[in-house]
Design a protein around this ligand. Sequence first.
Ligand SMILES: [Zn+2]
Length: 226
Amino acid sequence: MTGLAQARVLVIGCGGLAASATRALVEAGLRALTLVDDDRVDLSNLHRQTLFRTEDLGRSKVEAAAEALRALPRPHAAPVQVETRTTRFLPDNAETLLAGHDLVIDGTDNLASKFLIADAARLARIPAVHGGVVRWTGWALASAASQGPCMRCVFEDLPAGRVETCAGAGVGGAPQAASASSANADTRKAARGARGRRRGMRMEQGSSTRRRPPQPCGGFGSVPSR
Ligand SMILES: [Zn+2]
C-alpha cells in the first residue's frame, strides 16, 4: 500500500462509481484526493451514490462527498486530505485541474468528458482509470502515464448516432459495483506503478461503444479532444 499512501488522486465526477471507488481507496490509506463536480445531490442519486445521505439533498456533491470521506475510519493512516473543485472538467481547465496529481479517476457520466480526460491525462503523462455504467453494462479501463493504450486507442472516438447515457437509461447496482471494484483495483495497481512501470490494461463487461484491440499509443489518439 506504499503507492496509495503517497498518491494524490484527482476524481472527476462524484457519482456512484466515484463513491464506491473513493470510499475503498480512502479506507485503504490513500493520502490525498481532489474531487471535481459541479452538481448538487438529488433524491434520484441516493440509492447508488453511497457517500450521500438524505440530509445532503441540495448540497454541493463535492462538499458532501468530501465530508463523508474525511469521516471514514483510517486506523493505520493519517487523516485523508480532500480538496474540492466545484466545476466541470473542460478543455479550458483540464491542465490546471490535473496539475499536481499522480493519477486521475474518471467517474463522469458521458463519453465526451471521458475522451477529454483520456487525452488530457495522456498529454500530462498521468495514469487514468475510467469507469462507466449504463443500464446493466459496466466497464473499466486503466491507462498508464505514457506507455500502452489509452481510452482513445481502444474506443477511437465518440460513436456516431445516439448513445444511451446513465441519465436516460438508468444504472444497475450490480454492474456499478463491479465497475467500481475494477476501477479501485486498477487505481491501486496504477499507484504502485505511478513512476512508469505499468502497462495499459482493461476489464470490460460488455460495451455499447465501438472498440478495437489495444494498440500502441504514440502519445494520444489520432483525434484528440477539441
Ligand atoms: Zn492512445
